[in-house]
Design a protein around this ligand. Structure first.
Ligand SMILES: Cc1ncc(COP(=O)(O)O)c(C=O)c1O
Length: 396
């Protein structure tokens, strides 16, 4: 039989999705499953975006330009301007989700065996994108005890080698909910300038900053035009995960010209979804005010409930809609599977994401899970209660 590539063999399974067959088994047994494993919000997509697709009036569902429709990119530019980020439409390439923007960014700045430094734990698919691009992830470890704050600058500098091409951050962070301060962004800016590296910031959760904190984009930092690459997406902002629209933004012309070649190779981002995404940009601020209020309440409920469970440690997320919880167990992979296969409270159970897949360091995060607070408060309370009852009887 012909053999599978080494790259293919080393692609990790997504910790967010790999337990789906066990969840399906639980449904077949008639159980209700609370999905805390995936960042699929239950928030309604703005009607204005859905209506735009219904009314599109197209005769041919044609390709758009590889960099995305010009009208849409102009409008994205206006959106950024409102957020005090000043970029032009030709600093933007529309992509098939933030996922493709990450692949284009990796492809544009790194060769096989190059290295990228990423604060760990990080969005699990950074591992997959790195393997797909033949790039090595060099983790810099942030800890639950410090609320996942950035490690000191010296920790980053120790890791820089001639193969290092960049630093990748997620702000606000999935899975930690960490929100970087202006000072921290400034420190990272100093490092990348000093060592001539790229700074990639995945800002797909930009709007989700809580407790009065304001998100500070790397594109707002002066003197970073040649270094900064932002990854963005409509998936979470407008609860439009299925639209598959994101973008890559950089004021570095070479980066944009190179990413455009990758974009040309896949021809065009989805046409109807760009229509929906363009319309979504007219969503009123009141939509976000309501959504943010809802997430803050969910976060407060979740963290308060988790803190009541004996042996559970949790950091307080300042943004996005995830948290990492440390449990009094040894292996959260086995625990998460057991929850689906063997455990229920009155016919209800929970699906969580084992956290080891959010690290690249082997053996780290094994006693942690990632929880997405994308369900209503009542469901969150029930879900944490299920975890609490499960921990009482779980035997490793
Ligand atoms: C941090 C982060 N970046 C990027 C993505 C990719 O999102 P999409 O491809 O749906 O835009 C996600 C999705 O969950 C994410 O959490």
């Amino acid at each position: 039989m012909p053999s599978i590539s080494k790259k293919g063999q080393s692609m990790p399974q997504s910790p967010i999705r790999k337990l789906v067959p066990f969840a399906e088994k639980a449904y077949k047994q008639g159980k209700t499953v609370y999905h805390l494993n995936i960042g699929q919000p239950d928030i309604k997509t703005p009607q204005i975006a859905l209506d735009a697709v219904k009314m599109h009036g197209l005769d041919i569902l044609a390709y758009t330009r590889s960099e995305g429709s010009e009208a849409y990119r102009h409008k994205i530019g206006n959106y950024y301007a409102k957020n005090d980020i000043h970029v032009k439409h030709d600093d933007i390439i529309v992509t098939t989700g933030g996922s493709e923007a990450l692949l284009f960014a990796f492809g544009s700045i790194m060769d096989v065996d190059d290295e990228i430094i990423i604060p760990e734990p990080f969005y699990a698919n950074y591992n997959g994108f790195s393997i797909a691009s033949g790039v090595k992830v060099v983790p810099v470890i942030s800890k639950i005890e410090n609320n996942f704050a950035l490690p000191p600058i010296e920790e980053f500098e120790k890791l820089i080698t001639p193969k290092t091409k960049g630093i990748l951050i997620c702000n606000p962070g999935n899975p930690t909910g960490y929100l970087y301060s202006k000072e921290e962004i400034r420190k990272l800016a100093d490092i990348v300038k000093k060592h001539d590296l790229f700074l990639i910031a995945d800002e797909v959760y930009r709007e989700f900053a809580y407790d009065g904190a304001k998100h500070y984009s790397i594109l707002q930092e002066e003197g970073l035009d040649d270094y900064a690459i932002v990854i963005d997406s409509v998936s979470k902002r407008y609860s439009m995960c299925g639209a598959r629209i994101g973008c890559l933004v950089s004021k570095n012309k070479q980066v944009i010209q190179t990413a455009l070649k990758f974009a040309q190779a896949r021809l065009s981002p989805p046409t109807l979804a760009q229509i929906a995404s363009e319309a979504a940009l007219d969503t009123p601020q009141s939509y976000f005010d309501d959504v943010i209020e809802e997430y803050v309440e969910r976060r407060n409920t979740l963290i308060a409930e988790l803190n009541k469970v004996e042996g559970v440690k949790v950091a307080n997320p300042k943004g996005a809609f995830y948290c990492i919880a440390e449990l009094p167990i040894k292996n959260s992979d086995a625990f998460a599977q057991w929850l689906l296969e063997e455990f229920d409270v009155d016919g209800e159970t929970v699906m969580v994401a084992p956290a080891a897949g959010f690290y690249s360091t082997p053996g780290v995060g094994l006693n942690q899970i990632r929880i997405a607070y994308v369900l209503n408060k009542e469901s969150l309370v029930k879900a944490v209660n299920i975890i609490k009852e499960a921990l009482k009887v779980y035997k490793e």
